[in-house]
Design a protein around this ligand. Structure first.
Ligand SMILES: [Zn+2]
Ligand SMILES: [Zn+2]
Length: 101
């Protein structure tokens, strides 16, 4: 199967990451996915990290049991990427990182 690699663009400001056209406020963290060895992206909005290649958050949710928690009350979606990625890691070249000028 030839799955296209996930395209990950990091804005020069370091505060926006675009994954297959979907924008996240956050940045690429210095850590790799245990499953597919892709880079991990930190999403500031949900205060959560995810693997864009697996389309999986790295932490359980809600993070805490506080109903008034500003992060947990945002109702994080089940998967970080909205569409196309079916959740299975790509076999090779799971991602490309594009540094924006
Ligand atoms: Zn992964
Ligand atoms: Zn919380």
């Amino acid at each position: 199967m030839n799955k296209p690699p996930i395209r990950i663009e990091e804005d020069a400001s370091g505060w926006t990451v675009t994954v297959n056209g979907q924008e996240f406020s956050g940045y690429i963290v210095d850590s790799r996915c245990d499953t597919c060895h892709s880079v991990i992206v930190y999403d500031m909005y949900y205060d959560s990290m995810f693997c864009p290649a697996c389309n999986e958050w790295t932490e359980k949710y809600p993070i805490c049991s506080d109903e008034n928690c500003p992060f947990c009350s945002k109702k994080r979606p089940e998967r970080p990427l909205r569409e196309t990625v079916d959740g299975a890691p790509a076999p090779e070249l799971p991602f490309v990182i594009v540094q924006m000028p």
